[in-house]
Design a protein around this ligand. Structure first.
Ligand code: AMP
Length: 216
């Protein structure tokens, strides 16, 4: 199964992708996570991407497309993948279509997670993740079960993303509306777009996504 989760920053794409990955044998691929890893490791891509990410802007299509091409060709993506944060421009969507069709494959569905802007700022400013395994949490909506301890790996080290600061969040929302929202008509015209209510609680959003794929 090949799924795209589409929606602005804070829509819950990462959370839902993580749930789907844990439930089914399909890999969560987050270009944001890949870039943050590259930054942490100090690779060439990481060095180029850091300042762009800190400004809340988009890393160049060439870098992102090459990264995804390399990643979806790996063995663990054979059964499918859930894309979180990719594509973010029409050029990336077109490149993905080409990559998949060259392998004789196609997307199953693009899921739009509909949310309002005010809720996004609230969500983003409360989120944090496990430094060790990357599991995502939110102080208001999804805290760890035991305070200060990661539910998945037991680590007690957490981090807040540099680009989750209030001033960067508004830039990221503007970038979404300008550069990423045009993907909605792009996929609608291909008949692959479906929407879920991203304002519903986490379990309900998961239920709505699973219903689209007729899975329980
Ligand atoms: P995310 O974790 O998806 O919110 O991504 C964090 C940041 O990484 C974004 O604000 C961009 O600077 C960069 N980024 C992630 N995915 C992409 C993409 N598909 N195209 C361009 N830049 C990206």
């Amino acid at each position: 199964m090949k799924i795209i989760l589409l929606g602005p920053p804070g829509a819950g794409k990462g959370t839902q992708a993580q749930i789907l990955e844990e439930t089914y044998e399909i890999k969560k691929l987050s270009t944001g996570d890949m870039l943050r890893e590259a930054v942490a490791k100090g690779t060439e891509i990481g060095k180029k991407a850091k300042a762009v990410m800190d400004r809340g802007e988009l890393v160049s299509d060439d870098i992102i497309i090459a990264m995804i091409d390399e990643r979806i060709s790996q063995a663990d993506c054979k059964k499918g993948f859930i894309l979180d944060g990719f594509p973010r421009t029409v050029a990336q969507a077109e490149a993905l279509d080409k990559l998949l069709s060259s392998k004789g494959e196609k997307l199953d569905k693009v899921v739009e997670m509909k949310v309002n802007d005010k809720a996004l700022v609230d969500r983003i400013s409360n989120r944090y993740s496990c430094k060790k395994c990357g599991a995502g949490y939110n102080r208001k909506f999804k805290p760890t079960k035991k305070e200060g301890v990661c539910d998945l790996c037991g680590s007690t080290d957490f981090l807040i993303r540099d680009d989750d600061k209030a001033e960067t969040v508004s830039a990221r929302l503007q970038v979404y509306n300008k550069q990423t929202a045009p993907l909605l008509p792009y996929y609608r015209s291909k008949g692959s777009l479906a929407e879920v209510d991203g304002m519903a609680d986490m379990g309900e959003v998961t239920r709505q996504i699973k219903a689209l794929f007729l899975i329980k």
